[in-house]
Design a protein around this ligand. Structure first.
Ligand SMILES: O=c1[nH]c(=O)c2ncn([C@@H]3O[C@H](COP(=O)(O)OP(=O)(O)OP(=O)(O)O)[C@@H](O)[C@H]3O)c2[nH]1
Ligand SMILES: [Mg+2]
Length: 193
C-alpha cells in the first residue's frame, strides 16, 4: 500500500505522543503516516491482562470517534518480578499516590529488583478490525536518577543501557531499546507489510 494515511492516536499523555511521533517519523518504506492526536478521556478497565485493557480502551475510542477511522491507543505497564506482575497497568496510580521513592522502597525486602516495561498497542483499522502489538524491555528498579518529568523513567534501568536509566538516555537511544520502540516496530511492520 502506498500514500499517506491518517491514523488517530488517542492519548492524553504528551510524553507518549512525543515519543510516538519520533518513532513513526522514522520509517523505511515509501508509505507515510499522518499521525493525528485526539485527547479523549478513556476509561481504563481494572484488569491484569494488558491486551484486554488496551483493547477495551481502543473500543471505547472507536465508539467515541465513530466508524471508518484508523485509530490506536497504547497502554504502558511496569511489572516487578517479585510482585508477580504488579503494579502492571496500575503503575500510573502507584506513581500518583506513592511517588517514585516509595515505589523503589517497595522492593527493599527483595534482592531481585527485576522489572519489565511493556507497551501494548491496540489498533482498529478502517474496517473496524482490531489488532494488538506488544513490546517488552527488561531491566531493574533503581534509586531515581535523571529528569523526573516522564512517569517512572528515572527509576527504570534497562539491562541494555550501560547502566543508564531511561531518564538519563537520549530520546533516540531510549526509543531504540524501549518497550514503546519495540511495540511500534511490530505495529510498523504490520502497517507497511
Ligand atoms: O517513565 C515512563 N516511561 C515511559 O516510557 C512511560 N510510558 C508510560 N508511562 C507512565 O506509565 C503510566 C502508564 O499509564 P497509561 O498507559 O494509561 O498512560 P496515560 O494514562 O498517561 O495516557 P493514555 O492512557 O491517555 O495514553 C502513566 O503514568 C505514564 O505516565 C511511562 N513512564
Ligand atoms: Mg491511561
Amino acid at each position: 500500500m502506498t500514500g499517506i494515511r491518517d491514523i488517530i492516536f488517542v492519548t492524553g499523555n504528551l510524553n507518549k505522543l512525543k515519543e510516538v511521533q519520533m518513532i513513526l517519523a522514522k520509517n523505511e518504506s515509501d508509505d507515510d503516516i499522518n499521525l493525528i492526536n485526539k485527547e479523549l478521556d478513556l476509561e481504563e478497565i481494572q484488569e491484569l491482562d494488558l491486551k484486554e485493557i488496551a483493547l477495551a480502551k481502543c473500543k471505547q475510542a472507536v465508539s467515541m470517534l465513530g466508524p471508518g477511522h484508523a485509530v490506536f491507543v497504547e497502554d504502558t505497564a511496569l511489572t516487578f518480578d517479585e510482585l508477580n506482575g504488579l503494579p502492571g497497568a496500575f503503575i500510573k496510580w502507584f506513581v500518583k499516590s506513592l511517588g517514585l521513592n516509595k515505589i523503589v522502597k517497595l522492593l527493599d525486602p527483595f534482592e531481585n529488583k527485576g522489572a519489565t516495561a511493556i507497551t501494548t498497542i491496540a489498533y482498529a483499522d478502517e474496517n473496524g478490525e482490531y489488532h494488538v502489538f506488544q513490546g517488552f524491555t527488561k531491566g531493574r528498579i533503581v534509586e531515581s536518577r535523571g529528569p523526573t518529568n516522564f512517569g517512572w523513567d528515572s527509576i527504570f534501568e534497562p539491562f541494555e543501557s550501560n547502566g543508564k536509566t531511561y531518564a538519563e538516555m537520549e530520546k533516540l537511544e531510549k526509543n531504540s531499546i524501549s518497550h514503546r520502540g519495540r511495540a511500534f516496530d511490530e505495529f510498523k511492520q504490520f502497517l507497511f507489510k
